[in-house]
Design a protein. Structure first.
Length: 293
């Protein structure tokens, strides 16, 4: 496998971590090991309404309980808040936004979510505000980056270069929210560039985000984001064939841990979800499954 420098675990502290999060960590761990990359713990606390201290602490507790290692990043909640929260990198996001604005890539939008949903049967943004020339400094204004419908993007994956088209739900994506904070789509790109990430591992549900983020990065001046390798792994589903939710407590590692489950029990539960028949007791036992996907 091609050699890489750095990858990351990038959980969002919006709920207690579940088996799906663990599977993403394991994919990242094994791909990092195969490509000689180090692993950064980057906790994405961009959504300040949902990010809670108890959820941030749960990330440390889960990684420790399951003995999933990482090389760089915070080791405690206090260290995270002092040195690694997105709040410490606000200047980086502002600089990126100003770069996009100077290139005429942005426009202001006052559409509510309900209004966007009314304008298109699938909830796609229709570009309604693109020619209205609203003032960027008005209150309750989103900043959107121009991203045409089904825009073609080249993306480098672990299987080689592929072609994709941005999904309609990400038309003219929001890069700065009405609360003044950067959106996930912008902040994730800027953070990956800031830390020097060159291998990005995430679920298949974020394929469209990867394409949109490459589009954003292509307009942020000279950088190597578009040369990064991406790997989009399968998702763990529940009994109703839906992606696991952080609100579903019975698959959370915290619930399992407090129910008396051991590390090996959690790995066995994950293996059952993945229909792995051979014995599973540690993260190393997932190697073949993670690397073949």
């Amino acid at each position: 496998m091609e050699k890489h420098h750095l990858t990351r675990y990038a959980p969002t502290p919006s709920g207690f971590l579940h088996l799906g999060n663990v599977f993403s960590f394991l994919n990242t761990y094994h791909l990092a090991k195969a490509s000689k990359a180090k692993i950064l713990l980057r906790i994405d606390d961009y959504d300040q309404e949902r990010a809670k201290k108890k959820y941030i602490q749960d990330i440390f507790d889960t990684l420790d309980f399951l003995e999933i290692p990482f090389d760089l990043g915070p080791k405690t909640l206090k260290e995270f808040e002092s040195n690694y929260s997105f709040k410490n990198r606000r200047a980086n996001y502002t600089k990126a936004l100003e770069t996009l604005k100077a290139k005429n890539m942005l426009f202001a939008c006052d559409c509510s979510r309900k209004k966007v949903e009314r304008m298109h049967p699938k909830g796609f943004y229709t570009g309604f505000c693109q020619k209205r020339n609203l003032d960027f400094n008005l209150s309750a204004i989103n900043w959107r980056a121009k991203l045409p419908f089904h825009h073609p993007i080249k993306i480098k994956t672990t299987d080689g270069w592929e072609s994709g088209k941005t999904p309609g739900i990400l038309n003219d994506i929001i890069v700065k929210k009405k609360d003044g904070l950067p959106s996930y789509q912008l902040a994730s790109v800027v953070d990956d560039l800031t830390f020097g990430i060159d291998l990005i591992v995430r679920g298949k549900d974020l394929w469209g985000s990867s394409l949109a983020q490459i589009h954003i990065a292509n307009h942020l001046g000279q950088n190597t984001f578009g040369q990064n390798t991406f790997h989009h792994h399968e998702l763990i589903k529940n009994a109703k064939n839906r992606k696991l939710s952080k609100s579903a407590g019975d698959t959370s590692i915290q619930f399992l841990r407090k129910s008396g489950k051991k590390k090996s029990d959690v790995f066995r539960l994950l293996a059952d979800q993945l229909e792995i028949k051979q014995p599973i007791e540690s993260i190393e036992d997932f190697s073949n499954y993670c690397l073949q996907k």
